[in-house]
Design a protein around this ligand. Structure first.
Ligand code: FAD
Length: 291
């Protein structure tokens, strides 16, 4: 099933998981998948680390398992900047052989130790390429506060439009903590002629290290309400976890109320957090459905 078709009649609710590093056993993520299945997400996306250090075998294994063992619609991430066309061909063949038809096409982060291959410079190059290779449904990433390398938001949105014109059928946003930033971005995207569904990426922040890492990587702005929570509970892990979950729930309620197309929850492979949030918002998500 193509993920794009889901947006026609519902507010989509999806998860992101990541496969274990090559040094860890793949089974370490399988227990999480069992628990996530009970939450009945519309689909689950599986990351693939940039850096050209692997051929995506763990991503493919987790994606296949989602589909075959858990009956969950999977989406495989595919970053291109460190891959040659021949490597991408091999991965796409594996996807096809495994019945994976939904791909999140990405450039990938620039990594100091790995030179780009030059076969793909931007995600739009990959999207165009995938379209020549099979009947895949292709999603792309978007950035409510602008991508960190973009000179400004308007230029970033112009590049986003190129991804949609190249064939991206829906978009998944970078995490954000300020819903107004998302609404402002959504409005600008619409005004620029981007009319595909946009899922809002929500990251429940449950420990301080996670916040520092995320903010340094993606530059998300932190509203005062959020920083006050961190300051107050940073030395109490249980309180910080509960406050992080409550903050994410609050964001989701507001987003669904404002008619968001979908919520993509960055689960960090933590079924406890995913469960708490899903149980709190499932009635609201259903209300958001259009029929
Ligand atoms: P692009 O769309 O290529 O954009 C990158 C930069 O180039 C932007 O500044 C953009 O404005 C600019 N640009 C785009 N097109 C053009 C053009 N034609 N000409 C000039 N400039 C252009 N990374 C991974 O490695 N693995 C993952 O699994 C992964 N999953 C992710 C999931 C989500 C939902 C998100 C939001 C990000 C994910 N990332 C992942 C991170 C992503 O790879 C990085 O954010 C990366 O820096 C940009 O990827 P992109 O696909 O948005 O790139």
């Amino acid at each position: 099933m193509k993920i794009a078709s889901l947006f026609k009649d519902r507010t989509v609710f999806s998860f992101e998981v990541f496969p274990p590093k090559k040094t860890s056993p793949i089974e370490s993520v399988y227990r999480s998948l069992e628990e996530l299945e009970e939450l009945k997400p519309d689909f689950v996306s599986v990351t693939l680390g940039a850096g050209g250090s692997g051929n995506g075998e763990n991503t493919i294994a987790v994606t296949k398992r989602l589909q075959e063992q858990h009956g969950i619609l999977p989406m495989a991430h595919l970053p291109c900047i460190h891959y040659t066309k021949a490597q991408i061909d091999a991965i796409l063949k594996e996807f096809q052989a495994s019945g994976i038809e939904n791909i999140l096409a990405l450039r990938g982060d620039l990594v100091p130790d790995f030179a780009p291959t030059e076969d793909f410079r931007h995600a739009c190059d990959l999207i165009e390429y995938i379209r020549t290779k099979g009947d895949f449904d292709i999603a792309a990433a978007c950035y409510p506060e602008g991508h960190t390398e973009a000179p400004n938001m308007d230029i970033d949105i112009a590049h986003l439009k190129e991804k949609v014109e190249a064939g991206a059928t829906h978009l998944i946003s970078q995490l954000f903590f300020d819903n107004d930033a998302f609404y402002n971005f959504r409005w600008k995207a619409e005004r620029a002629g981007i009319h595909v569904p946009i899922e809002a990426g929500i990251m429940p922040v449950t420990n301080r290290r996670q916040i520092e890492r995320m903010v340094s990587m993606c530059g998300a702005s932190l509203p005062r309400k959020f920083t006050r929570i961190i300051q107050k509970y940073e030395n109490n892990p249980e309180a910080l976890r509960d406050a992080g979950i409550a903050y994410a729930i609050d964001q989701i309620v507001d987003l669904v109320t404002e008619g968001v197309d979908g919520i993509h929850l960055y689960t960090m492979n933590n079924p406890y957090v995913a469960r708490k949030i899903t149980e709190a918002v499932s009635g609201i998500i259903r209300t958001g459905r259009k029929c």
